[in-house]
Ligand binder design. Structure first.
Ligand code: FES
Ligand SMILES: [Fe+2]
Length: 311
């Protein structure tokens, strides 16, 4: 994560540790090791580290590992929540403020959910933008999500200190099988796209009290041009959730793979050009605001505004 090499392990009592992935002794990656009763044991000489990063066992030492002179590796604060392990990469070892964001409707009755994980060859901004960008769906996901038949959509943009949201006010259902399933004929769709620092996206479609879809992606930068994305998919759909999932889950994976490919193309092409040079256009919905947020500007107090976009 963010250029740091990490190893995560779970103790037999369930406790999770996140350490710098480098043995203090001769620098073997600790991820080559194994979990023993005392902690994570290095594959080379068996030095064993507990979740605080302290070496608690040196097998070759006759007097054990004296508590005064215990070698250490760096450890990171971890938090386990809703089935994910979160690691906090502080600059100077500070503890995180607050908790990671909640995944909405997680574990609620009548709701289905699952996680998808992909490594994108692209930076976190390009990924997050893609997840909230409607106009690409007519091209990259043609026939699957939307078609080339575009329509005018009115969008209201609101924002706060660390977030920006687009709400589509008159969106009609898509002309695809997905559209027909999502939205009853003549029904209204409530669609919102939200970006929250740092690199969290949340897309929501609600067509009826009992038909509601949420897609939330967490972009974790691996390095400058690589991002690991965890996507949380949750939905409820009348009484047909488990059945719809048989169709919806492979569909979601296919859509995601199309995005993985287009982001890889984008990164390869920008690399060939040497640098990026983007035009932020009115039709980009909230990309300009997202760029302001990731550049460290707050959108607190900014007036909401409306515009029209075709997709
Ligand atoms: S390199 Fe890890 S114990 Fe020697
Ligand atoms: Fe997409």
């Amino acid at each position: 994560m963010l250029g740091e090499q990490l190893v995560l392990f779970r103790m037999r009592d369930g406790q999770v540790g996140a350490l710098a992935n480098r043995c203090a002794h001769r620098n073997l990656a600790l991820s080559r090791g194994k979990v023993s009763a005392d902690g994570l044991s290095c594959a080379y000489h068996g030095w064993t580290y507990d979740p605080s990063g302290t070496c608690v066992h040196v097998p070759a030492a006759c007097n054990g590992c004296s508590p005064q002179a215990r070698p250490r590796v760096r450890s990171y604060p971890v938090c386990e929540k809703q089935g994910l392990v979160w690691v906090y990469l502080s600059a100077k070892g500070e503890e995180p403020e607050g908790e990671p964001l909640d995944f909405p409707f997680h574990g609620q009755s009548r709701w289905q959910h699952w996680f998808m994980e992909r490594v994108f060859e692209g930076d976190a901004f390009n990924c997050a933008e893609n997840f909230l960008d409607c106009p690409h769906t007519n091209h990259v996901h043609k026939g699957l999500f939307r078609t080339e038949n575009t329509r005018e959509n009115e969008v209201e943009i609101t924002s706060g200190q660390d977030w920006v949201q687009a709400e589509f006010l008159n969106e009609k259902r898509m002309d695809t099988l997905l559209g027909r399933i999502l939205c009853p004929k003549g029904g209204k769709m409530r669609h919102t796209d939200r970006f929250i620092l740092p690199y969290v996206t949340r897309v929501e479609y609600r067509t009826h009290e009992t038909r509601h879809f949420v897609v939330m992606s967490q972009c974790t930068p691996i390095g400058d041009d690589q991002t690991r994305v965890f996507t949380y998919m949750a939905f409820r759909f009348d009484g047909w959730g488990p059945l719809l999932r048989l169709f919806y889950q492979p569909f979601a994976h296919r859509v995601l793979d199309q995005d993985v490919e287009v982001i890889r193309w984008q990164t390869e092409d920008i690399r060939r050009f040497g640098s990026r040079s983007f035009v932020f256009h009115e039709s980009d919905a909230i990309a300009r605001e997202m760029h302001a947020l990731v550049s460290g500007r707050s959108l607190e107090g900014k007036e909401s505004r409306r515009k029209k976009i075709r997709f």
